[in-house]
Design a protein around this ligand. Structure first.
Ligand code: 5GP
Length: 188
């Protein structure tokens, strides 16, 4: 199986990476989102098989034992997330570029595996204060999960230097434009 290209957008929860990824996917037919598997519960706005493949902890662990993941992680207690090998192979078979929205540790594992075939972008919130505000504005979190996300996000900020590019998400439109330029440059 020949390896195709990959584009990774990483960054702490609240950095705005998901919005950037959605924008790029809408405007670039050559890109296709790599749908991760997770054991966390589905949010109302999400669709199974589109946003994530929602699995039970048992199903997820079975896939781990069958070596079905490129990488996986227990991001929170019993909150498993991972990238399935067939998901990426399907995208390459269609002649498309796989786009990832994963956490920093998972992202670095994928980057290590694929090297120059992958563009790895770190999306940075303009300030730590701003990150807190964005996380607080989410209504999907319990106080406990919010606290865990803030701690994890602050830790993740220290990994920015390991990525090919850093994108500061200060102004949304500007960030969209910069992300598009990075993609154009990588695919040319
Ligand atoms: P959320 O629950 O907000 O959708 O995602 C929580 C974190 O898990 C985010 O940082 C998200 O990027 C990350 N994540 C999503 N899919 C994967 C994956 O396949 N692998 C890893 N390691 N992290 C993922």
């Amino acid at each position: 199986m020949t390896t195709g290209k990959l584009i990774l957008f990483c960054g702490p929860s609240g950095s705005g990476k998901t919005t950037i990824v959605h924008h790029l996917l809408k405007n670039n037919p050559a890109l296709s989102f790599s749908v991760s598997a997770t054991t966390r519960s589905k949010r109302d706005v999400e669709t199974d098989g589109v946003d994530y493949h929602f699995l039970s902890v048992e199903e997820f662990k079975k896939k781990i034992s069958h070596d079905e993941f490129i990488e996986w992680e227990e991001v929170y207690k019993n909150g498993f997330y991972g990238t399935l090998k067939p998901e990426v192979e399907k995208i390459w078979k269609q002649g498309k570029v796989a786009v990832f929205d994963v956490d920093v540790e998972g992202g670095l594992k994928i980057k290590k595996k694929f090297g120059d075939a992958m563009l790895a972008v770190f999306v940075m919130p303009p300030t730590v204060d701003d990150l807190h505000k964005r996380l607080h504005a989410r209504e999907t979190e319990t106080p406990e999960s919010l606290k865990a996300r803030i701690a994890k996000s602050e830790h993740e900020l220290t990994f920015a230097f390991r990525f090919d590019k850093v994108l500061i998400n200060d102004d949304r439109e500007k960030a969209f434009e910069e992300a598009q330029q990075m993609v154009n440059e990588f695919l040319k």
